[in-house]
Ligand binder design. Structure first.
Ligand code: NZQ
Ligand code: ZN
Length: 386
């Protein structure tokens, strides 16, 4: 296990009815910016619950954040924070709303010329407006991490930044809020969380037993509860609670402590969303089996552990076992109702050329952070997914 420093200051309020409790966590006098998405919170009663909490507070609203939040759309919100002297941002939504708020909060305190540099140039975030979260979609883990992913519509670029300054001060996780999710978004959340675990786990054997077994528990839970979620006629509280808490734990920095992480699947997935607008989780379900195939030899030991501990596969035919584990992973996504091929979404090989040339232009040498995948691997990964 490598040396590591672990820090996570997020206060989690988990369970039904927890929204009311944030009244004590919000500023008494300072002005709050309430941020939300395209209106789902107005249909499922969450907006009313939030207004009740805010009835004794001073606040302004900024709604309309779309999935894969766009930089251009967020610029007026940054101006609003400055002109209204906002002291706290309350994000009510899924990953897109929360990530948008993290960017707004960092950009409002940014002293450079163009806050896009926080994303494109990894300009350090020196301070940010404090924020709190009411999560409506379990998937990204953003409610308990310091990451944010923003898209620039004009250039079709999708970049992430990470800073301890944008950890939420608190996050409310009420599984009943997820009851109004369409099935496709429940499934997206399960797949996104599953692949967050994989990115941090399926790399090299580093004798990190705590991280390995923790990751394997999460994978098994997501596999089982994800499969069950789509069988219920009415949402089941414990099923949703387990998915929600698993998704948070999948990306709250625990799993990456002391181990090599990858994130190649996400890097290529972001390109597919930026170019074709596919849902984030869908892009990951397409790319991951290709990454696994290309890494079959070099990550053999961990792939065998994955095959054995997640898919109960064992025996002396190591190559066959790994192939079966990759197939099972793909079948798991298909059973959840997601297409796993580029052709399922009308995407052909010209997109592969485009992605390779974009990455070349950006000077990308390595994909992900494990150091074993290079630009030359993009083609074989994506060609195996046509
Ligand atoms: O906008 P509204 O009306 O709220 O509708 C949303 C949206 O259409 C809807 N929704 C959310 N909660 C709902 C609901 N509908 C009914 N009932 C509810 N309770 O779901 C749709 C998708 O929402 P979105 O926030 O876009 O989904 P998700 O949480 O999957 O977030 C995706 C974004 O997060 C980024 C992705 O790249 C993408 O931009 N990620 C962020 C990460 C992070 N910060 O750590 C890590 C991830 O790997 C990911 O990259
Ligand atoms: Zn993700």
């Amino acid at each position: 296990m490598n040396n590591f420093e672990f820090y996570n200051p997020v206060r989690v309020l988990f369970g039904e009815g927890q929204i009311a409790k944030i009244v004590d966590l919000l500023p008494d006098n300072g002005k709050i910016l309430l941020v939300y998405g395209g209106g789902s919170i107005k249909m499922n009663g969450v907006y009313d619950q939030v207004l009740e909490v805010l009835s004794t507070k001073s606040f302004v609203e900024f709604g309309g954040i779309k999935p894969n939040p766009e930089y251009e759309f967020l610029l007026p919100a940054i101006d609003l924070v400055k002109s209204e002297n906002i002291e706290f941002i309350l994000a009510v939504g899924g990953g897109s709303v929360v990530d948008a708020c993290k960017f707004i909060s960092a950009a409002a305190n940014y002293d450079g010329d163009d806050p896009w540099s926080i994303l494109s140039n990894a300009d350090p975030v020196k301070s940010a407006i404090p924020l709190g979260v009411i999560l409506t979609l379990p998937a990204t883990g953003t409610e308990m991490n310091g990451n944010s992913v923003i898209t620039r519509a004009s250039t079709k670029e999708k970049f992430a930044f990470s800073s301890p300054e944008v950890f939420p001060q608190f996050s409310v996780l009420d599984p009943t809020i997820t009851y109004s999710l369409p099935r496709s978004q429940v499934v997206n959340g399960v797949i996104d969380a599953y692949i967050h675990v994989i990115e941090q786990y399926l790399n090299y054997h580093e004798s990190a037993d705590v991280q390995d077994h923790y990751a394997e528990s999460l994978l098994r839970i997501l596999k089982t509860e994800g499969g069950r979620a789509i069988t219920f006629e009415k949402p089941d509280y414990n099923n949703r609670a387990n998915i929600m808490w698993a998704a948070t734990n999948a990306l709250n920095h625990f799993l990456s402590a002391g181990v090599t992480v990858d994130w190649t699947t996400h890097m290529l997935g972001h390109e597919l969303t930026a170019l074709h607008g596919l849902d984030h989780a869908v892009t990951l379900a397409i790319v991951l089996p290709g990454v696994m195939k290309v890494m079959k030899e070099v990550r053999k030991e961990k792939l065998l552990q994955y095959a054995n501990r997640i898919w109960d596969l064992s025996g002396s035919d190591h190559s066959g076992i790994i192939d079966q584990a990759i197939l099972n992973t793909e079948q798991f996504f298909i059973k959840l109702g997601v297409g796993v091929r580029l052709s399922d979404y009308g995407i052909d090989s010209s997109t592969i050329d485009q992605i390779v040339s974009r990455l070349e232009k950006r000077g990308v040498e390595y994909l992900g952070r494990a150091g074993d995948l290079k630009l030359e691997h993009v083609r074989p990964i994506l060609e195996s997914r046509l």
